[in-house]
Design a protein. Structure first.
Length: 498
């Protein structure tokens, strides 16, 4: 029997709702053309939540055609003011439905509901409201050089945007992509991660309810190779925006060459925290821990390498361990006291545990954790390794879990050299009360974001993007808005004669 397009689900906290299972194309939920389906699993219980439809190339074709038609026939004619109103309405509906949306992600992604998904919802709302503010302010410039020429620029949308998101922030990552695209007059086909597809299908219902014309926002579920790749290589897609691993980012960039798509990539990281001995010690310990352990360490800009000045090294390690022991509550994502849930799935869990096992085998000093609690679910304890050498695998590679490596430095020059000793360049945190030093070091760090005296307190009003192998282009802030427009120069001859 074929799968229905919608079904009633009761989540572990008792929330009962209608979960769409189809692909959201043209404001309707539809089955995949070949009937392919897949399952999504609750990582806390290891049980299947539901089966749902999976897109492949044929479905991508339909979604792209729907988006193109919407762009040329309706969306291009909308005013910025109308786009702003629709975005605000969408955000209002997300707010109204926040209990259902947060509960879905707590179950589907294992994110602690009260201490984590609620923040995602707040960020999601902020992004849509922020972008709605831009929608009627997309303007060019007049360029006045000669009285014989009237010239101006227009910031035009690309047209149809393909968007591929990961599983660590299903709602917020989508907002980072849909918000700016829609504000600037583009339409989109967004592919969710096969690991966490459910909340964005529920969100799709709100897209229709908000009054978006059919085809403007399309949301498809499916796998990277069968649904993501056809999107990245589709000739009907004008811009591709991706967040995920660096390996996949490179593939996307290659595929995008088919029609020279505009490309934005947010990829991996191995971001450093640099702790000077003149820092506010207590606050630094808290931020350094938050910077790696929040969201179970599943953050691309997690500050997963901590370099501490040798004068306070052992004291810092002891305090970091104590802070984790007293503040981290590992457990059921639906328990309000829990701030550390399971990793998102078995693959990630096994990958993280293999990094930990290898580090242990190499005799690297284990300060805290290093185990998986003996219970159902893909849980990994907050883990701290110390005295880690620069060439250790766990120092070089992105673990994408609650695992931090700590090592020491003595001078400012050495700290900068160590912080920059990575192929990645997404984020970095500097801790010092000496502001001259903070600005000096911030300028030397090779990364798209530098936090001074905090870590990973991402602000949607600022650009977020990677240097080096961490990405291409930026999202968020005015820069992120501009990344969804292409500039056209219009020259008007005011009397120059040949
Ligand atoms: P992770 O390893 O953290 O899951 P990925 O880069 O594999 O990160 O996945 C991020 C997103 O990219 C997901 O939506 C996934 O389906 C998609 N994806 C994976 N491989 C490809 C690919 N070859 N082409 C396009 N999209 C892909």
């Amino acid at each position: 029997m074929s799968l229905p397009l919608q079904k009633e689900i009761t989540l572990p906290n008792g929330v009962k709702y209608e979960q769409p299972l189809g692909l959201f194309i043209n404001n309707e939920f539809v089955a995949s053309k070949n009937g392919a389906t897949f399952q999504t699993i609750n990582p806390a219980t290891e049980e299947v939540i539901t089966d749902l439809y999976a897109a492949d190339e044929a479905d991508v074709d339909v979604a792209v055609a729907a988006a193109r038609k919407a762009y040329t026939q309706t969306w291009k004619k909308m005013s910025g003011d109308d786009r702003a109103r629709l975005l605000r309405k969408l955000a209002d509906l997300v707010n109204e439905e926040r209990e259902v949306l947060a509960s879905i992600d707590a179950a589907d992604a294992g994110k602690p509901k009260a201490t984590n998904v609620e923040n995602d919802i707040e960020e999601t709302l902020s992004v849509y409201y922020y972008c709605s503010g831009w929608a009627d302010k997309i303007t060019g410039k007049t360029v006045e050089n000669s009285p014989l020429k009237f010239a101006y620029t227009r910031h035009e949308p690309y047209g149809v945007c393909g968007q591929i998101i990961p599983w660590n922030y299903p709602l917020a990552m989508a907002a980072w992509k849909i918000g700016p695209a829609i504000a600037t007059g583009n339409v989109c086909v967004l592919k969710t991660s096969e690991v966490t597809p459910l909340s964005m299908l529920y969100f799709a219902k709100l897209v229709k309810k908000a009054g978006f014309p059919p085809g403007v926002i399309n949301i498809i579920s499916g796998f990277g190779k069968t649904a993501g790749a056809p999107l990245a290589s589709h000739k009907g897609i004008d811009k591709i925006a991706f967040t995920g691993s660096t390996a996949t980012g490179r593939e996307i960039m290659k595929m995008a060459t088919i029609n020279l798509k505009a490309v934005t990539l947010e990829c991996g990281g191995k971001s450093p925290s640099v702790v000077f001995d003149d820092c506010d010690f207590e606050q630094t310990v808290k931020w350094a821990l938050f910077g790696i352990m929040y969201n179970q360490g599943q953050i691309c800009s997690a500050t997963s390498r901590i370099y501490v000045q040798d004068t306070i090294y052992e004291k810092f390690l002891e305090a970091l361990k104590k802070e984790s022991q007293t503040t981290s509550h590992v457990g059921d994502p639906f328990d309000d006291k829990v701030d550390h849930g399971p990793q998102v799935n078995e693959t990630q869990y096994k990958k993280i545990m293999s990094y930990i096992e290898e580090a242990k085998k190499q005799g690297i000093r284990l300060v805290l954790g290093g185990n998986s609690p003996d219970k159902k679910g893909y849980y990994v304890e907050p883990t701290i390794f110390a005295d880690v050498s620069e060439d250790a695998k766990i120092m070089r590679e992105e673990v994408f879990g609650p695992v931090v490596v700590v090592s020491k430095f003595s001078t400012e020059e050495e700290a900068i050299e160590l912080a920059n000793n990575s192929e990645y360049g997404l984020g970095a945190a500097i801790f010092t009360e000496n502001l001259t030093k903070a600005h000096r070091v911030a300028a030397e760090i090779e990364s798209g974001t530098v936090w001074v005296n905090s870590s990973n307190d991402t602000d949607i009003h600022l650009p977020f993007g990677g240097f080096k192998m961490s990405g291409v282009g930026t999202e968020l802030g005015e820069y992120g808005i501009n990344n969804y427009t292409q500039v056209k120069a219009v020259h008007v001859n005011m009397g120059s004669r040949l």
